[in-house]
Design a protein around this ligand. Sequence first.
Ligand code: 13P
Length: 249
Amino acid sequence: MRKKLVAGNWKMHGSLQQNALLLERLKAGMPGVQCAVAVCVPHPYLAQAQSLLADSLVLWGAQSVSEHASGAYTGEVSASMLREFGCHHVLVGHSERRSLFGETDAVVAAKFVAAQKEGLVPVLCLGETLAEREAGHTMAVILRQLSAVIDHAGVVALASAVVAYEPVWAIGTGVTASPAQAQEVHAAIRVRLAELDSGLAGGLKILYGGSVKPQNAVELFAQADIDGGLIGGAALVADDFLAICQAAN
Ligand code: 13P
């Protein structure tokens, strides 16, 4: 039985004051939560997350990482810097990074490896656009994005990673994938990995992300291959995020 994980992706939201309120509410709500919980905060707030969450069960992480270890890369943040601030997870290949910041499959694979080198758990985000789904290309896109990482890092690297299926058309739109649509893709990811390494495939956590709310979380998380969620908008509202975490109980 895989332990569920619910991770919040705050995206570019927050302030010191708002974060403190939100994190204190999350900490207070943890006794009612059985799954693993993480928040991925903007880089400047990592020190705040580290100091406020150190004595709690809530893990913290980042939303992006450089593929480079150090050097003349103005504006970038390395995996060793994230580790110094106690990060557990880091998102790689979020669709907003791919579409708005030009991150290719190859760059995502390099970031995945850079994160693991420093002991961080990469959360590898995969997802198709609406046009790709309507053209019947969903599985081809997901498997291409997954293969780019496997080809670069080796399939065993997935043993210390998390995968998140986030259909681009469901992110921030209020339109969630139906539990059956999500389950179909999650199962396909697991089958693909099982072909390469059957032991590993059964233990891999595959999260669903895209308009997860307290109202739809129970049904999504009840699917056989959905091991929790990657939550955007609802992660900014303590009661909603806690309700989603409880849906994973
Ligand atoms: P929403 O939950 O706001 O749709 O965002 C999902 C997401 O992008 C999480 O990474």
